[in-house]
Design a protein around this ligand. Sequence first.
Ligand SMILES: [Mg+2]
Length: 236
Amino acid sequence: MLRLITDFDGPVMNVSERYYRVYRFCLESVSDRRQKINQLSKESFWGLKRSQMPEVEIGQRSGLSPAQSREFAQLRKDTVHQMEQLVHDEPVPGAIASLERAQAMGVNLVVMTMRRVRELDYALERYDLGRFFPENRRYCLGNDYVKTGDSKDKPKLMAAALKELPPASQTWMVGDTEADIAAARFGKVPAVGVLSGIRDRDRLEFFGPDAIVDNLGAALDLIESQVLDKDLLTAV
Ligand SMILES: [Mg+2]
């Protein structure tokens, strides 16, 4: 059995619209009316996020003072994961077709995400994605879990997955950030970085996944080409 553990935001869901709306809301909330602010375009904003620029610096680039920027960063942190913001997320173009393809190839799909149960469930229901990930193949944070940091929390999910999932002949991990790479390393499985998420090629290269590809579909192509033993892929 070939197992593919995929991150959710980045390979499957596009969160850029949510992040951009929250950015604008925070910018507006923190600035005062007569202040001249420099609201970034969505493209520049997302480019900065993908280059991993700290929020405080994004605030200053947008015309906020250092104190305002700290307030901006805090407000952003408090707002971006609110349930009412999730409506702005959309599947990455082609991601659903890629999941369908993986399923048809007989790949054992697992989702591993820093979303909380309610946040994951919301998207799975909204876009009918639950069909790819049965409940016992969903690894996410509990609704009351106190987060420490993605690169620390994600390996914990990997540890749970390794303990609970039936053994697979081969396992691959696909994700868009350093947290996914850390989880893959922890689980001693190959990490494929995708560029459809919140890190650009420079950042991903810095974190050193085993491969970098455009999106989930390309990750699947790569995995397919690497799996020499075709018996691992049992078409259904
Ligand atoms: Mg991600």
